[in-house]
Design a protein around this ligand. Sequence first.
Ligand code: ARG
Length: 367
Amino acid sequence: MTKTIVNSWNEWDPLRHVIVGRADDCHIPPAEPALDAKVPEDSDMRGQWGRRPQDTIDRANELLDGFAALLEGRGIRVDRPTPIDHAQPATTPDFHTDSQFGCMPPRDVLLTVGSEILEATMSYRCRWFEYLNYRPLMQRYFEEDPRFRHESAPKPRLTDADYHPDYLSDKIGNAKRLEWAAAKHFVTTEEEPLFDAADVLRFGRDLVVQHGFTTNLKGIEWLRRHFPDHRVHAVNFPGDPYPIHIDATFTPLRPGLILNNPQRRLPDAQRQMFERNGWDIVDAAQPAHNSPPPLCYSSTWLSMNVLVLDPKTVCVEASEVYQMEQMDKLGMNVIPVALRDAYAFGGGLHCCTADVYREGQCEDYFP
Ligand code: ARG
């Protein structure tokens, strides 16, 4: 087995080593403030919690294993997490939760920047211990790569002071949610730094971070201080009534080209850095489905949650015919990957992975 090197500066350079999540023992967690604000108001998940049905776990694992094998077949090294017992309740001096979430999706927890892998603070109580699923891998990388920096952001307290109480109703309605999103009034307060790794996109020297439900301004400021050699940009998408995780909203494909969710347009003032440097921001194709699969947190826009293998090659979910067609027109080679039956476990092809090694160095794309 070749020794690990941790190195990844962006979302598109040739991928050589990646972590793919597992569905084992995943739970629908019990009610808690941050998560409740995110579960869609018309969702079949409201009011129920517990271990996910075994047949759905088995099916999701079959698809995740298939994706891992496909990547391995292309010469990419794939590592998998070691699930902890997600049925365990957790109590800290500040909160209690009756179960964990799972070890999907890794993208939410682990942020790779150069030779560093940073464990995010997370913002849900049920995901506070999720980093433990990846610790066996982190220990191994630490032993194998003398340059690897294993970092963990300060664990948040996640008391009720972290959440705005007006979000705790299950009858807010879309109009109100959009009004709040436009005003940048999200469920998380500014009590302490909070961020999920999946709110961050890496563009070499620049990090683009979504301000929303799972990442607050203090979290973005924490990232700014933690990565002093980077420029950290806060973005927000007023068209998204449930703004969590940037990767079904804004998807860079290669230097100069980004797909943007047409319902969640990046505001003009925030487009300038891209436009000044000749980057195109194009509307993503429509999703092929009218509704998400059962027991799913995400929207149908997981259609644009793609994994770029190199600037000419992209994995797209196999049923997303319009997205595949658009990729083809944009000059990308498309690899269809079946994953839809795993969406319920937290996301699509980008979500269910975390970078360990991509070729290339830290470039300045926005000089
Ligand atoms: N908020 C997105 C949507 O429903 C889903 C993003 C999932 N991404 C992730 N890394 N878990 O449109």
